[in-house]
Write a protein that binds this ligand. Sequence first.
Ligand code: SF4
Length: 355
Amino acid sequence: MNAAAPLSFLRNDWTRPEIEALFALPFNDLLFRAATVHRQHFEPNTVQVSTLLSIKTGACPEDCKYCPQSNRYDTGLEPEKLMEVQKVLDEAKAAKAQGSTRFCMGAAWRSPKKKDMPYVTAMVRGVKELGLETCMTLGMLTQDQADELSEAGLDYYNHNLDTSPEFYGEIITTRTYQDRLTTLDHVRGAGIKVCSGGIVGMGESVRDRAGLLQQLANLPQHPESVPINMLVKVEGTPLAEQQNLDSFDFIRTIAVARILMPQSHVRLSAGREAMNEEMHALAYFAGANSIFYGEKLLTTPNPAANKDMQLFARLGIKPEDRAVEQGDDEAEHTLHERIEHAQNDKLFYDAARAN
Ligand code: SF4
């Protein structure tokens, strides 16, 4: 962090024209501004690493047009029941051994049922005991459910706004925008940190991207995590034939999110498989400082973990030291080791190329 530079301050009153004007900046001016804000608030060469596990897959009654887990679309996805608690804990242990510091658990539900709560709270308690931060995404929550998860020790709850209020009805009809805002309110009310973002590349306009970011930035408190997903076009979903998003438009969205929410972790989430290394590097420069790590992101592929580590090594990026803060350096140690190996691989590769 650059201590000499004045901190860009936090605002919750962004107007749509102000945000659209950011999107309209020349690309390099926008990136310079975003990188400057990033450096004022974060160590710029550090990226937080999370693992995401699908604890209940498919057969979701909602109609989100991008989602292979909806029971309305034939995507060939095999539905799976809620995983046993022990299996989830085994996966969490493996994620920790791979170096993740946060373990996110996702269930394809409209909202959890009463009978599900004892299981999901047991998962939160078990994962916490392993020394990992916990995050869940289970659909809409009542205040009581949010309180129950908070009591179990849940650190983060993910619930995305997906897109602008105006474009939302084109994508989902089975829950309203207000339903989503109400869930975020319950999560905040329970003292759980908020993870909320959206998806770009669904056919929305720049104005819609600005609208999504405006909603997030004007929440009473900025979400601690802001996942920016690039649409993964899954065959069988209504968005399968969507036009490819211009890579620079994706990077612009990251940069504007960084400027609007200077202290939030901006996360590269779904869609990374389709992004090359140069695009990853640009996204990190534009202010992305969190990724999902591992081979599967819910039900779509994610770049192989060691590819991420090799890129980290080439870019001089370090994983965020969360585990060390918790007094448990085993996971961090492992991740550093993996980066060191990746660095050695790169030296070997460079030497081979030079010869
Ligand atoms: S995005 Fe979530 S709520 Fe929507 S269909 Fe998929 S699993 Fe269900």
